[in-house]
Design a protein around this ligand. Structure first.
Ligand SMILES: C[S@@+](CC[C@H](N)C(=O)[O-])C[C@H]1O[C@@H](n2cnc3c(N)ncnc32)[C@H](O)[C@@H]1O
Length: 223
């Protein structure tokens, strides 16, 4: 509870500290209204992938995979570095395979997955880490597999309310998290990170006052 006053302080308050120690406890209930429609939209996009081997990289509390699990998906794997987040992910009646590892260098074999989810995993990282995570995703996806990214998008279609809401949430996170978010926003977001030689864009849809994109890519066969 000693962190709460820092919400009022903002950048530097680091509500979302590096380990997500405190945040893990409040993440799902605090963000339920914002995230639940996005989780449902992801479920809808993946409904034909029930037989696929799916990895949620930087899965946090595992909230997205728990929704997939309740809807009949069976071969589900998640990975995160934060023990408090994974502690929440382990709760509940599910058979999700959970890994505590660095998304930059996972222990998974080449081409192990049919589909990888990266949900709100990129905007808070520095550029080198973002690129390393994308390269690792490419390595562990099979040829013709798919990448589904959920993250912020800032362009001429982004509504002012969405822009404001995302900025407030990230400002509350503070510190390095907020500074990386600002760089992500200023430097072209997702499109500046995804290498077209590795991933071919298939489709995108907008959620949360158009400030969030759910983007689907095919892993390229050539790289
Ligand atoms: C904003 S949360 C998103 C969680 C979840 N994907 C979601 O959609 O709610 C970012 C997550 O990335 C994790 N993370 C940060 N750096 C990581 C790394 N190098 N390897 C694995 N997980 C990492 C954090 O612990 C945190 O759980």
């Amino acid at each position: 509870m000693e962190y709460w006053p820092k919400i009022l302080i903002g950048p530097g308050g680091e509500i979302m500290d590096k380990e997500y120690g405190f945040t893990a406890k409040i993440y799902d209930p605090l963000l339920f209204l914002a995230l639940n429609p996005i989780r449902k939209a992801v479920l809808k996009e993946l409904i034909d992938h029930k037989e696929s081997r799916i990895l949620d990289l930087c899965c946090g509390t595992g909230n997205q995979l728990k929704m997939l699990s309740k809807n009949g998906f069976k071969d589900l794997h998640c990975l995160d570095l934060s023990e408090p987040m994974l502690e929440v992910a382990r709760r509940g009646d599910h058979s999700i395979d959970i890994h505590k590892e660095d998304a930059v260098r996972t222990g998974f074999k080449d081409s192990e997955f049919d589909l990888v989810i990266l949900s709100f995993a990129l905007h808070e990282k520095d550029r080198e880490t973002q690129l390393e995570i994308i390269r690792e995703t490419h390595r562990i996806l099979r040829n013709g597999g798919q990448l589904l990214v959920v993250d912020f998008v800032f362009d001429d279609r982004t509504k002012a309310l969405g822009r404001f809401g995302a900025t407030i949430i990230e400002w509350m996170a503070g510190g390095e998290h907020y500074s990386n978010f600002r760089k992500y926003k200023q430097s072209g977001g997702l499109s500046a990170i995804i290498d077209e030689k590795m991933f071919r864009h298939v489709k995108s849809l907008r959620k949360a006052f158009t400030v969030v994109t759910i983007s689907i890519f095919d892993r390229s066969e050539t790289s």
